[in-house]
Design a protein around this ligand. Structure first.
Ligand SMILES: [Zn+2]
Length: 502
């Protein structure tokens, strides 16, 4: 932290060896990141159809590193702004922003996540993880961190974060160094392609200055602290100087690491070369550097280095979260567990409860639900709350497909589908579940269905594994639009077995 390094080092030298603050040691335990939403999402389909834009995710904007060499420097800097104001409940300590109750030593983050929280699919350890290094800036929004939606506790709301103020070659050097810092972990580093919204990832904004965020004091970088063991998974951090160690340090702050001493350490304020994450219990600096009682994840560090040790083992903690870098060859499994079957018929105005089962061999999986009506996507949203349950009420007549799509950190994308036929009262009944496709086609009664039926059939047959009913694919193309499953194709869908959780 170039701007503070001298002052901090002095402070550290003077006050080394201070005992831990008693207030913090006795503080109440809590976990601000153990958010467990309960109950289903409720959607009135009449409302969804009226305002469908609100229910369909915006496409992911892809990065372009060539802009670093083509865009003039003047277009990559914003005029310095007045110091910002953090959201209520957050306090800046150097280049970490802490929850106020932690910074004031009143509370301590529970070292163990709640069992109910860890039971939620995707939350378990070890996980695979993804870091997205963002050199292209972008429009950021204030609010609880959600990298996929460009939302950040530390963002200036609706402020355009500038493009990195260096060349593409400089960016590639930084990227390579960050990759090396993380190479012993089950974490991939993306920079030419932004992850899909489905898979959770940590985003590092590279470039800009501290006044491009909402912090109130200068810093070389800043991250939201106190997310012990990366329980949130979708944090946004900032590195303002052109140092790879700053980037890696801010990322690791978002995963629950605090500062240590040591000029060879990524987690240190001290200047040095060839910095790395330590694999030993190293003296913490935050207590001395930033004030008593302000170590964000003290009780987690004590699991590895002992009670009152005032030490942190960087890699032991990171390995617990992300394991090791062996490849993940196993796709997740998805199953629309309710309603049962591949196709159901309902009366107009009906309500359907959709319940999802998702599982992956590692933590870190994400999923979303895509709904089409008569071939058009009307709902496409990631289940950020991990509820796995949706209620669609007031269904107008039409042919719906409900696609549950899960994705892991190795680009495995799997889907399960449900077709819902909502027949208006005066329509002829279909021959549900019949293999008599000619009969179904006749019953469709719509000339439009013929063309759409071809699309449905093509998509369902697009199966790289050759396994019946497996919808694995490796790209992130929008799936919903092509998944129209009109009447003519129903016999086929009925035949195809869905993937089931063993
Ligand atoms: Zn730091």
């Amino acid at each position: 932290m170039a701007l503070r390094a001298d002052a901090i080092l002095l402070l550290c030298g003077v006050t080394l060896g201070l005992p831990a603050a008693a207030a913090a040691a006795d503080g109440e335990r809590y976990d601000p990141n153990a958010r467990m939403a309960t109950g289903a999402y409720h959607y009135d389909m009449a409302e969804v159809l009226r305002a469908r834009d609100q229910f369909v995710a915006e496409p992911v904007q892809q990065p372009d590193l060539s802009l670093l060499d083509s865009l003039p420097l003047s277009a990559r800097q914003s005029a310095p702004l007045a110091p910002g104001v953090l959201p209520e409940g957050w306090v800046q300590l150097g280049e970490v922003v802490q929850r106020r109750e932690i910074a004031e030593g009143r509370k301590q983050i529970d070292p163990e996540p709640l069992p109910a929280w860890e039971d939620i699919e995707g939350n378990q350890y070890p996980r695979k993880g993804t870091v997205f290094l963002n050199f292209n800036g972008g429009e950021l929004k204030g609010g609880d961190d959600n990298s996929a939606e460009n939302k950040s506790t530390l963002a200036r709301h609706n402020h355009k974060y500038p493009v990195f103020n260096g060349s593409e070659a400089t960016a590639l050097t930084l990227i390579q160094a960050v990759e090396q810092d993380l190479e012993t972990l089950g974490v991939r580093v993306l920079y030419r392609q932004r992850p899909s919204k489905t898979v959770p990832y940590t985003m590092a904004m590279i470039g800009g200055s501290w006044t491009d965020t909402n912090i109130g004091d200068p810093a070389g970088g800043v991250a939201p602290g106190t997310d012990c063991e990366d329980r949130d998974q979708r944090n946004v951090v900032y590195a303002f100087d052109s140092s790879s160690a700053t980037i890696s340090q801010e990322i690791a702050h978002a995963w629950g690491l605090d500062h240590t001493l040591g000029s060879d350490r990524i987690m240190s304020y001290q200047a040095g070369n060839n910095k790395h994450f330590g694999d030993n219990c190293q003296a913490l600096c935050e207590e001395q550097c930033q004030g008593p009682g302000s170590i964000g994840c003290r009780l987690v560090h004590e699991k590895y280095c002992g009670v009152d040790s005032e030490q942190q083992n960087d890699l032991a903690e990171l390995n617990k979260i992300f394991g090791t870098p062996e490849p993940d060859t196993e796709p997740p499994t998805v199953n629309i567990a309710s309603p049962e079957g591949d196709m159901i018929e309902l009366e107009p105005g009906s309500t359907v409860n959709v319940k999802a089962d998702i599982h992956d061999n590692y933590g870190g999986v994400g999923w979303k639900l895509i709904v089409t009506k008569d071939g058009e996507v009307i709902h496409d949203k990631v289940d950020y709350d991990k509820r796995g349950s949706w209620v669609f009420s007031n269904l107008p007549a039409g042919t719906y497909t409900v696609v549950l799509e899960a994705e892991d950190h190795a680009d495995h994308v799997v889907q399960d589908k449900l077709t819902i036929l909502v027949r208006s009262a005066d329509a002829e009944p279909t021959e549900s579940g019949s293999a008599d496709d000619s009969g179904s086609a006749d019953d469709s009664g719509s000339a439009d269905d013929t063309g759409a039926a071809d699309d449905g059939g093509t998509t369902l047959n697009e199966d790289p594994t050759g396994k019946d009913g497996c919808d694995c694919r490796s790209s992130n193309q929008g799936a919903g639009g092509a998944l129209a499953l009109p009447l003519l194709g129903l016999w086929w869908a009925h035949r195809a077995r869905r993937r089931r959780v063993a």
